[in-house]
Design a protein around this ligand. Sequence first.
Ligand code: AMP
Ligand code: ZN
Length: 112
Amino acid sequence: MSDCIFCKILAGDIPSTKVFEDDQIYVFKDLYPKADVHLLVIPKLHIARLDEAKTEHADLLAHMMLSLPTLAKSQGLDTGFRTIINTGPGGGQEVDHLHIHILGGSNLPGFK
Ligand code: AMP
Ligand code: ZN
């Protein structure tokens, strides 16, 4: 998607602070962190929103989910972490490229 900022990050057209990548996912630091650790996990395939994911994406979604604990631990989040997926305007999604937020650290705000 030519106007998608996360696709531009994947293409190297917008700089990012990479934490990890493999053939399916790219992980980088959120530019405006909401906690001591704030990562974004994105698929290399452009899927705009979670509610646009299809059964054919099941393996990719499982891979993203199963990567989270290792990614969190790689950032020192040994006691746990928070994951958030915002979907659509009603969910506060600002970037229309599916992403999982990983948040953690001593600065983690309450969620109630
Ligand atoms: P969401 O509101 O779930 O769509 O989250 C989008 C996230 O992308 C926000 O936390 C932003 O701070 C983050 N963000 C926006 N632009 C960039 C960028 N160029 N590099 C890294 N993170 C970004
Ligand atoms: Zn995209």
